[in-house]
Design a protein around this ligand. Structure first.
Ligand code: ADP
Length: 831
């Protein structure tokens, strides 16, 4: 029976097994090795990458930490250096002021004399750097070649700054030297390089003083011998106008002198007056010696200071905030690169020009009914200072922006300087000013003569502003370099990893290709080998199968050449022996059947004749009981006879000893003949036989009697295994290259389990029914032999499909069966 499952031959099985056994592990191996290669490789790359990243992070951290440390160290060093410079500046200024104390005391020690005063005026001079706009250059040596240390041992970190080609002019220290009598009348006056003989004034009247602002005379009366009066800085305020641009604040050209920003501007011209009482030979106080120091000489201390690498310059940069400036002991600006920031007086009124206020304070002033002078005079010092405030724009528009620290409430650093110098100290702090961190230093000027002795702050204080960023620029340059290096290293690492990854991927891909190639080659090799092996194994098996099949058809006389000594050879030998035994047995069986049948036939015939004779009454009258017995005996003997004849017939056919009488046979004739032969039987069972045959059925070449025998067998089975009153259809039709005879009945049918064996000798599907109908179990075996001898085929199908033969009554115990015999048209197909 065919099943739905795929049937594989040994060849395919061996092939598949070989492929599975060899290729599957190979594939697993290939997959694992490839996976391991790429996985391990990529993991290694990732680990390396991770390590690299850690390293870089570490380096960045180390870099940042060391840069921060360097920045701090550089800032600290620079701060210390600038602080020192500030302190030194303050101390030099104090020294310079002390020199003036000596000058005035010396002058007071000699009798007043215009000539002597003039001599002093002319002798007391000091260089002032000329601040014209002509560019200055550093003095170059040996044709612009940078100066290098002559001794190689001095070359380590040798730093040399050539001197700046400052142009200097000698300028009298004093603007004025006077002798004033006890009433305040000027008696001697040397000014502008000459003795004034006319225009001697009464300085007790302030209106006769410089800028109408000198009230010194009123302080002199209280002075004792050797005591000195020192004024504040008195000068005309020079206005200046600032305006905002994208690059920051700029100065209008008509403004006061403001170094690089406005070198042509008007300079602040101020003085500081020294005075001390003078005595005659009788030790009577006769008047006062006064010396008005040209304030330019004080400004000279700070005007050219640069806290940057330049150290000194002709013109400092007022806009950058990198410069030095001075505040007096009242916290008013007395030296600044921008002269309009220096506090001064209105010479028409002798009033101080009020200091610059914040906008909020200025708004308050506007609400007050006071003048700005009056209003600023009421302001508390250092109250509510904050950078959040902004300078009053009206004062900027007016060009009147002197810096009075006490009320400059939008510059909190003022408060810091004031506080820091209170005890005469020095120091520094950082302040975020105009978006830049600025270092601002302060140092009190230790000059305590006269009014300046009232506080430890002394004369005032020096401050220096410096850009913090400039100090640690080197560190940031180094940081930039480190960052660049790190970025480069990162890029290199990225590239190296990329390369490694590509290499691994390529190796994995090459590996895959190689493995695929190996597998293909191995597959082809294994397939070839297994085909050869399989063929070697299966060829003899196929031969054995063919021979066994032949044997199955009854041809026991078989022998296969033994070509090997292996299991197959052994099997072949066994097969040969078995075939030989079977052949002999078959011969013996046939001979036995033939002989037995022959031997049985004669006595059976004799018995039949005798019983028939007795029944015919040849031996006299017999009573009914004897007749009954004899009739039973005759039926049994007839059956025995049929069996013997059938056996003989079959064994002859199996032994191919039956000579066929082949002729062209009319199908119609044989069919009719067969039906006629079973007619009696069918009528006895009450069956109807229908012949269904088209008129154009061709004749066939066959043994007429054998075909009739075949059809009679089929029809009589259809009659026997059919409940009374059934029906039989014999259908004849043209088949491909032949004619088919289909015998269909409305009988009991044949169970599926029996259908395979129905053509076997002595097989009976239902032995009880067969016994009843007198079957021998040989009819279909003989029929099959007849069909095979004629090169045809016989098939059985049961139960009958519903509707296939509408004329047959089916249902209940009537399952129906159909036998189909197909016979070729001519003898060419015969065995
Ligand atoms: P028998 O002489 O017993 O009929 P056969 O070789 O002719 O021997 O048939 C073998 C068996 O097949 C029968 O015993 C019967 O069981 C079954 N058989 C044959 N033909 C039919 C049929 N048309 N309907 C039902 N059963 C059948």
């Amino acid at each position: 029976m065919q099943s739905g499952r795929l049937r594989l031959g040994i060849l395919q099985k061996i092939l598949i097994s070989f492929l599975i056994i060899s290729l599957v592990p190979l594939m697993i191996l290939a997959y694992m090795s490839n996976k391991n290669l790429s996985d391990t490789g990529l993991r290694a790359v990732s680990a390396a990458e991770q390590m690299g990243r850690e390293d870089l992070r570490h380096t960045i951290n180390v870099g940042n930490t060391s840069i921060e440390d360097s920045v701090r160290a550089l800032d600290r060093k620079s701060t210390e250096a600038i602080e020192l410079r500030t302190v030194e500046l303050a101390s030099r200024i104090a020294d310079f002021l002390h020199e003036r104390d000596k000058d005035v005391l010396t002058l007071a020690a000699v009798p007043p004399s215009a000539e002597y005063y003039l001599q002093i005026y002319q002798a007391a001079k000091k260089d002032v750097i000329v601040t014209d706009t002509a560019p200055r250059s550093r003095i170059e040596r040996k044709g612009n070649v940078a100066l290098e240390a002559e001794n190689p041992e001095n070359r380590t970190e040798w730093r040399h700054t050539p001197p700046v080609d400052f142009r200097r002019v000698s300028r009298p220290l004093y603007r004025e030297i006077t002798f004033v009598n006890l009433d305040g009348k000027e008696k001697i006056k040397v000014t502008n390089g000459a003795v004034s003989f006319g225009g001697l004034l009464d300085v007790s009247d302030i209106r006769n003083t410089y800028c109408k602002a000198e009230d010194y005379f009123h302080h002199l009366e209280r002075l004792k011998r050797g005591e000195i009066y020192v004024s504040g800085v008195i000068g005309r305020y020079v206005p200046g106008w600032l305006y905002k641009t994208n690059e920051g604040l700029k100065v209008k050209p008509e403004s006061a002198y403001a170094v690089r920003e406005n070198p042509q501007g008007e300079k602040f011209e101020g003085l500081v007056r020294w005075a001390t009482p003078a005595y005659d030979a009788e030790d009577r106080k006769v008047g006062y010696v006064t010396m008005a120091l040209d304030h330019t000489h004080i400004m000279e201390f700070t005007d050219h200071v640069m806290p940057t690498d330049e150290k000194f310059g002709v013109l400092s940069d007022g806009g950058s905030g990198n410069y030095a400036f001075i505040w007096d002991n009242r916290d008013c600006c007395i030296s600044h690169p921008r002269d309009f920031f220096i506090c001064g007086y209105d010479p028409r009124t002798g009033e101080r020009v009020p200091g610059w206020l914040s906008q909020s304070m200025f708004d308050k002033y506007k609400k007050s009914a006071l003048s700005l002078e009056q209003f600023t005079a009421t302001l508390p010092s250092f109250e509510d200072f904050s950078q959040k405030k902004q300078g009053a724009s009206e004062q900027v528009k007016d060009g009147k922006v002197p810096l009075d620290c006490r009320i400059l409430d939008h510059a909190p650093q003022c408060q810091g300087w004031h506080q820091g110098t209170e005890d005469g100290g020095s120091g520094s702090f950082l302040i975020l000013w105009s978006g830049l961190w600025k270092l601002t230093t302060y140092a009190a000027i230790p000059y305590h003569t006269g009014q300046y002795g009232k506080s430890r702050r002394g004369f005032g204080y020096v401050t220096i502003g410096a850009n913090v960023d400039d100090f640690h620029e080197d560190a940031y340059v180094a940081k930039g370099k480190i960052e660049k290096l790190i970025a480069q290293e990162g890029e290199e690492m990225r590239r190296a990893n990329e390369k490694a990854r590509n290499f691994i991927n390529k190796s994995a891909s090459d590996n895959r290709k190689m493995m695929t190639m190996i597998m293909v080659i191995a597959g082809v090799g294994i397939a070839g080998t297994s085909i050869v092996i399989s063929l070697n194994i299966t060829k003899p098996l196929r031969r054995l199968t063919e021979k066994a099949l032949d044997m199955g058809r009854g041809n026991f006389d078989q022998s296969i050449e033994v070509t090997s000594q292996d299991e197959i050879g052994q099997l072949t030998k066994t097969f040969n022996e078995m075939a030989k035994s079977l052949s002999e047995l078959d011969k013996m069986k046939s001979e036995f059947v033939t002989i037995a049948s022959h031997e049985l036939r004669t006595p059976i015939q004799a018995m039949l004749l005798s019983i028939s004779g007795v029944l015919e009454g040849y031996s006299g009258q017999i009573d009914d009981e004897v007749r009954e017995d004899l009739l039973l005996a005759r039926t049994g003997i007839e059956r025995l006879m049929r069996l013997v004849e059938s056996l003989l017939d079959l064994s002859r056919m199996e032994a191919r000893k039956t000579a066929l009488t082949v002729s062209e046979v009319s199908v119609g004739t044989i069919v009719e003949r067969a039906i006629a032969e079973v007619k009696g039987l069918s009528e006895a069972h009450g069956h109807a036989i229908t012949l269904d045959m088209p008129p154009d059925v061709p004749s066939i070449e066959a043994d007429r009697d054998r075909i009739i025998q075949l059809l009679v067998n089929l029809l009589s089975n259809a009659i026997k295994y059919n409940p009374e009153g059934g029906a039989i259809i014999l259908k004849v039709e043209r088949a491909v290259n032949g004619v088919s005879f289909v015998s269909a009945d409305s009988g009991y049918g044949i169970p599926a389990s029996a259908q395979d064996r129905i053509f076997d000798k002595f097989f009976q599907a239902d032995s009880i029914i067969s016994q009843k109908v007198g079957g021998t179990g040989l009819g279909l075996a003989i029929s099959k032999e007849i069909v095979q001898i004629h090169g045809g085929s016989i098939e059985c199908e049961s139960p009958l499909p519903e509707g296939r033969f509408p004329g047959l009554p089916l249902g209940g115990e009537r399952k129906g069966s159909v036998f189909t015999v197909t016979l070729p048209l001519d003898r060419a197909a015969f065995l």
